[in-house]
Design a protein around this ligand. Structure first.
Ligand SMILES: Cc1cc2nc3c(=O)[nH]c(=O)nc-3n(C[C@H](O)[C@H](O)[C@H](O)COP(=O)(O)OP(=O)(O)OC[C@H]3O[C@@H](n4cnc5c(N)ncnc54)[C@H](O)[C@@H]3O)c2cc1C
Length: 405
């Protein structure tokens, strides 16, 4: 009998386990993960950026948790020796039309309490000499990190407090009684006092298993990357972003120096025909039909059909991808970039067609569910974990633990 079972060994599940093990050192915690290794999906396929919190609506979970999470992530990495670097980034306006959008973003950064600065063309050239722009925002607190390293450190800390990390075990059924929750998996049955659903791309399905009538469905959007060939890495000093389209939750294709020295360019955002589909040909009939028969998807897709087609073209055409990148670095040629990994984002979409913008957390009976945790959830993971540790009840034995201490 566990006090807490966490479904999902991505960064959010592991940070939640870590927060609970810090708060209740004697609690019996298990993280159940269906893959052979931790952080196999979104966490292991992301851009590795510690975001600052500039983009998000003031007062939202995203704004609060990205800012707090940025600081918490940096302290955590420093304390536990995980590779990171606070290198700063520039968000660059490349056309006159983007200048007012850039100003809006700058004001949002100030509203979110960030130390951001508008810079002119000369200063931009000093920071990123190969970038073309009419102006930019400099965000010094943005960084890069090894999120897999962070996840494995969370796992080690959970285990050091007596918690279990149970790999290669898929949660298939959840049932609840007055005093406990029963979790059936393909490798046996577990009992717990409380359950926390951090299942990422499957969070809506796990919620449904536990009887929660979810307000949203996960729609998978693949993000494909190119990599700069080693001889061209010098074109990018740190992180270079465009001004994003304010109508979409994605940031636009950008350049990211990874913690291992590689420079990645991307990601785009195309509908994936499989929730965990990392290549263009990946297809799963159940995942596909679920999206195609979901009215919320069509209500979202129809008004944005032009952008959707543009994304599809950019996915199949290197030239189209290159055109987007060249808006930021005009001297880039098709020989300078080669395709590299892809990731799939779990984006929750409501029945009315709206994309859920903020992190979405819902509770039912003996369980709490994280139903929307897209970017910047890796940055914000420590703060999300702490929030969950506040929302869940204390373990039943907690008073006995403190007596025995
Ligand atoms: C392309 C891309 C780029 C991104 N870039 C950034 C970035 O630079 N910075 C940032 O902060 N964020 C970024 N993000 C977002 C960030 O990666 C995610 O928000 C974060 O990793 C979500 O973590 P998670 O634990 O919720 O999900 P995941 O990492 O997907 O973990 C969920 C886990 O649950 C497991 N699971 C699912 N169903 C079951 C089941 N039935 N039984 C057992 N286990 C189950 C899965 O196998 C998986 O391991 C990016 C995301 C993508 C896709």
């Amino acid at each position: 009998m566990y006090d807490y079972i966490i479904v999902g060994g991505g960064i959010v599940g592991l940070s939640t386990g870590y927060a609970l093990s810090e708060k209740y050192p004697h609690a019996k915690i298990a993280v159940i993960e269906k893959e052979q290794t931790l952080s196999f999906h979104q966490t292991g396929h992301n851009s590795g950026v510690i975001h600052s919190g500039i983009y998000y609506k003031p007062g939202s979970y995203k704004a609060k948790f990205a800012r707090e999470g940025n600081e918490a992530m940096v302290s955590f990495c420093r304390k536990y020796g995980v590779a990171y670097e606070v290198c700063g980034k520039v968000i660059v306006a490349t056309s006159k039309e983007e200048l007012p959008l850039m100003d809006n973003l700058y004001r949002r950064g100030l509203q979110n309490g960030l130390n951001v600065r508008k810079i002119g063309v000369e200063e931009l050239k000093e920071i990123e000499p190969h970038v073309n722009g009419l102006g930019a925002i400099h965000v010094p607190s943005t960084g890069i990190v090894d999120y897999k390293g962070v996840s494995h450190t969370f796992a080690r800390l959970i285990q050091e407090k007596g918690g279990d990390i149970i790999l290669a075990t898929k949660v298939e059924k959840i049932s609840e009684r007055k005093d406990r929750i029963t979790v059936e998996t393909d490798r046996g049955t577990f009992q717990s006092y409380y359950l926390i659903n951090c299942a990422g791309l499957h969070s809506d399905r796990v919620a449904k298993m536990s009887g929660l009538q979810t307000k949203a469905k996960i729609v998978p959007f693949r993000g494909e990357y190119y990599e700069l060939v080693p001889e061209k890495r010098h074109l990018v000093n740190h992180l270079i972003y465009p001004v994003p389209n304010p109508n979409f939750p994605f940031l636009g294709v950008h350049f990211t120096r990874m913690i291992n020295g590689e420079v990645h360019a991307g990601p785009n955002a195309v509908l994936s025909f499989k929730r965990e589909g990392y290549t263009k040909t990946d297809f799963n009939i159940k995942d596909f039909l679920e999206v195609m028969t979901y009215s919320g998807f069509w209500k979202m897709a129809m008004p944005n059909i032009k952008e959707g087609i543009h994304e599809m073209i950019r996915s199949f055409s290197k030239q189209a991808f290159l055109r987007s990148l060249r808006r930021l670095i005009p001297e880039l040629t098709e020989h300078d970039i080669v395709p590299t990994h892809a990731g799939v984002r779990a984006q929750a979409i409501m029945r009315d067609g709206s994309m859920v913008d903020d992190f979405l957390i819902d509770a039912s009976g003996r369980s709490v569910h994280i139903l929307n945790a897209p970017s910047p959830a890796a940055t914000a993971s420590i703060s999300i974990g702490r929030e969950i540790s506040v929302q869940v009840p204390e373990p039943p034995g907690v008073h006995n633990y403190s007596k025995s201490m």
